[in-house]
Design a protein around this ligand. Structure first.
Ligand SMILES: [Fe+2]
Ligand SMILES: [Fe+2]
Length: 246
């Protein structure tokens, strides 16, 4: 039995959004997703998909993308990404009813893997704009957007706390924490997300959202304060799922 993660599938079976224009790595990327998942993930395994599943804006425009995910091997757990317009956070329960025993939507709830609780939410990081000088040094940033970002972080933290609270109430003491956004932005060393990860002594923080060589290093990768931070963006991994736990 194993726990795998992969993020940012950005499927567009129904939406007119060819991904090839984003670079070579995206050429026929759905074929790679299928190939690697089938090669690595066994029916008894769990695969967490960390958001940005579909380009469809409404649920009806995402059905084929969700059906594709459903056909991947193992138990599939989905996290909300910033592009997942089809998924209203308040209607997660409805999605879970509709896709019962097929897909699990992780929001204001938790999933179980062995003696671990899998908790998570979309998260949020302020991504600028940052004002740079000619040497690429940061001179300042858009403060209005930063203020808005702080509100979003607060709301996401409430959702994440709820996920932890429910898991702990059921007696879980070991956690894997999933985020769509990176836990910190390029300026931060720590954030409310790294703090809660340390508070609950999670074993790993798994996130995606960062696309392209220049963004892969935006946040923490590897061990930080005893916690493993794993970037699982599809293009970073060439769409091979990463094993989080044996
Ligand atoms: Fe993405
Ligand atoms: Fe994203």
């Amino acid at each position: 039995m194993a726990l795998y993660a992969l993020g940012d599938l950005h499927l567009s079976f129904q939406a007119d959004k060819p991904m090839d224009s984003f670079g070579k790595v995206w050429k026929n990327h759905e074929k790679k997703i299928e190939k690697y998942a089938n090669r690595m993930v066994k029916p008894e395994d769990t695969l967490v998909l960390t958001g940005d599943h579909s380009w469809g804006r409404k649920l009806q425009e995402c059905r084929e993308d969700l059906a594709f995910i459903e056909r991947l091997p193992g138990r599939k757990i989905l996290l909300r990404g910033n592009h997942d317009m089809f998924w209203d956070a308040k209607k997660t329960e409805k999605l879970n009813e509709e896709y019962k025993d097929r897909l699990f939507f992780l929001q204001n709830n938790f999933a179980v893997y062995q003696d671990y609780a899998l908790v998570g939410t979309k998260g949020f990081t302020f991504e600028g704009p940052f004002y740079l000088n000619r040497r690429g040094q940061i001179l300042g940033w858009d403060e209005e957007r930063e203020a808005q970002a702080k509100k979003l972080v607060k709301r996401e933290m409430e959702r994440l706390r709820e996920s932890f609270r429910l898991a702990r109430k059921e007696g879980y003491q070991k956690f894997i924490m999933f985020l769509h956004y990176p836990p910190t932005n390029i300026l931060e060393k720590t954030s409310p997300f790294t703090e809660i990860a340390e508070e609950y002594k999670v074993s790993a923080v798994v996130y995606s959202h960062c696309h392209g060589e220049s963004r892969f290093g935006d946040s923490i990768r590897g061990k930080f304060h005893g916690i493993e931070y794993m970037l699982v963006s599809g293009d970073y991994l060439n769409f091979r799922p990463v094993q989080v736990l044996p």
